[in-house]
Ligand binder design. Sequence first.
Ligand code: V07
Length: 256
Amino acid sequence: MLNSKKTKKVTQIDPDNIPSHVAIIMDGNGRWAKKRYLPRIAGHKQGMETVKTITKTASHMGIKVLTLYAFSTENWKRPKDEVSYIMSLPGAFFDKFVPELIENNVSVRVMGMTEQLPKQTLAAVNKAVEQTSHCTGMILNFALNYGARMEITNAVKEIALAAANHEIDPVDIDENMIADHLMTAFLGDLADPDLLIRTSGEERISNFLLWQIAYSEFIFSETLWPDFDADTFEKLVIEYQGRHRRFGGLEKESKK
Ligand code: V07
């Protein structure tokens, strides 16, 4: 047989082992721009194009939730011009992309301290959430002004308040109750990512999901976010599938 080797690499996605929830830290826009002697905002603009490409790829693949870390609570420290450009991206994204999201049955959701976003940014985001609220396919979940420690702190505060008000008994506090107070609670069973990707070679979590990644597979990719494409993404899903093997639904049995 032509082209057959002993250690044949798997080059096809297994449709029965698609990660349900993929989370991505979209890093490397600034470095992409610098390499081209372009202003950093050119990298963010190109990064937004990648968001569109990967959203469609993920949706076609059968991924149920795609969480994208777009802007952290720490990003406000960047130059004012850069922050205001980034804040204009949700508006630019939606005018053209919402019809395509609807065609693909993708619904947009946002998590983070959205009250602190500029008024117009929040309006654009809310409009996209509303216009896609009837869509029943993939959830495109943007983490905007999100920080995991802040998320956990708020959860602790809510639970402590409920205890102080005698609405709950502290002995009843368990993992499920904590999960119910996190910003991913609306995702139900899908709250925890199966796969976490960070682009551009940095190998840190940077206060992205902390509680939810307890059992996630991590892949750190060298590719800068603006260069990330369908092919790169598919290769990483194949890498995930190589690590996360399914035993015909007998995963737990096989460990006995
Ligand atoms: C942002 C482009 C992608 C690379 C990372 C940073 C810059 C899309 C959105 C977006 C967010 C919410 C929404 C619709 C679109 C976005 C920010 C930054 C803050 F409802 N890209 N993108 N938001 N970048």
